[in-house]
Every structure is written in structure tokens, then in C-alpha cells.
Design a protein around this ligand. Sequence first.
Ligand code: GSH
Length: 211
Amino acid sequence: MIRLHHLNQSRSLRILWLLEELGQPYEVVSYQRDAKTHLAPDRLKQVHPLGKSPVIELDGQVIAESGAITELLIERFAPERLRPAPDSAAYADYLSWIHFAESSLMLPLLLDMFTQKMGANDNETLNRYIAAEKHKVLSYLDDAVTDKLYIVNNQLSGADIMLSFDLIMLAKDKALEQYPNVKQYALQLAKLDSYQRTMRLEANYDDSRSQ
Ligand SMILES: N[C@@H](CCC(=O)N[C@@H](CS)C(=O)NCC(=O)O)C(=O)O
């Protein structure tokens, strides 16, 4: 049995969606962000020293990092369906987009979020860097998803599932308007049954929505 340690409003949504898509039995241990600090509760550190989510337990092993979890679960449970064949050219694209979601794209999104939250957005050099970097990576993504439902081979893969959390962050920030292909791509992913089930599950796990 796979166990997911799921924090509300977090990258763990990627893994919740993947698990819904895989159809393997799994259980969720739910955690809530602190209302003020937005950090995870300390008890998550008892599961993994970083105290972050997602973390899964699989065959007695504790595994962190959404990208690693995505690759691992797909290799194990859906290699034919949710990734291209390793000997195909598309496999390199698949890996690149998985890692793009948590590195090149995530960095400017996080910098932007934290500078705004901390009221540190009066640093012109930093602001220029964030705006230029965000535009660079989003233009790149916008080109890549032109006229596509899915980013690799136009078939659902772990790369779409990894990107989905970035898309949620971008939508919250109303940043998709300038990137019509990314917006269209995000809207298409959000129509999938497994995605919609995931959002309903998240709504149940997220106590902040009922307050
Ligand atoms: N690179 C990691 C990042 C994990 C991460 O930072 N998770 C955030 C939620 S999106 C978290 O647990 N934050 C709470 C905290 O750090 O206390 C991944 O992709 O899984």
C-alpha cells in the first residue's frame, strides 16, 4: 500500500493526482499548513527530516521530492501509459519537463511569491530579474504547448502532472493571461476526470477552506 503524506495547498497535489490516475490502492495522511506561517506542522519532520510534502511511503521506504516520486511511481505502476519509451527521443523531453516544473519554472515563481509576501518587492534589480526570468520560462512553455493537450507526444504523462502545480500557482497569480497557450493547456488538464477527483479530494483535506 502506498501512503501519501499530504499537506494542504502544496506540491503534494501532483502526487494525489498521479495516484488518482494510477488507480493503485493508496492512503493519505493529511497535514494542515500553519495559518500564519504557512509552514508544515512539525510532526511531518517525524516522517522525513525535511518536514516537507509530498512524501510517500512505499514498501517501507520513505521517499521525498515530487519529481522523484512521480518518476518512481510511473516506472513501477504505469510505464506503458504515463511516460514515453526510454529509447525514444520523447523520453528526454519527458524528463526535461518533469525537472523544468520543479526547477527552471518554479524558481522565479517562488522568488516572486516570497518577495511579494515579505514586502521585499522594492528591490528593482530583483524585480527585473524575476520578471525577465518568469517571461523567459513562460514563453518557452507557451511555445511548447501550442495546439497541444499534453506536453510530451500529446499524451498524458508525468510531465503534465508535475507542471499542474505550477499552473495552479500561475492561475492564482493571474499570470496566465499573457500566455494563451499555457492557459489553454491548463484548462484542458483541469477537465480530466482524475484531475477533478483530485481537486475534490484536496477540498476535503484542506481545513482552511471550511473556515
Ligand atoms: N522540491 C520539493 C519541495 C517540497 C516543498 O517545498 N513542499 C512545500 C509545500 S509546496 C512544503 O512542504 N512546505 C512546508 C514547509 O516547508 O514547512 C518537492 O518537489 O517535493
